[in-house]
Design a protein. Sequence first.
Length: 121
Amino acid sequence: MKTILVVEAVASQRQLLVQWLKDDYTVLTAADGAAGLALAERTDPDLIFMALTLPGSADGEGIQRLKVQARRRDTPVIALTAQAGPDAAAQARAAGYADAIRLPLEEEQVYATLGKWLGGG
C-alpha cells in the first residue's frame, strides 16, 4: 500500500483527506511544516500533499527543504492552495511543487491528482 503524507494546518482539511484516502493508502498527517518534514524523513512517503502556507514557515520553505533532502527530490509534492485562477497551479510548480489542488477540496480532484502522479492505490 502506498503512503500519502498530508501536511496541512487546518484540521478539517487533514481529516477530510484521511477519510477519503484511508481505504486505499496509508495516510500520515502533520499540522505544520516542521512536523511534516520530520515525518517525511522518517517514513519516505510516495506522495505529499502540503499546504502552500503553513504556520511557522515562510511561504515555500517546506517545499524547498523537502527538495533538498535527497530521498525526496523525486517525491511528488502537491500544493493545497486557496489561490484562485488559472495561474495557481503554474505558480505552485514554479515554487517547486509537482502540481496543485485548489481548496476547498473535491474528492474527484484529489483522486485524479493521485492517479496522475501514482497511477492508483
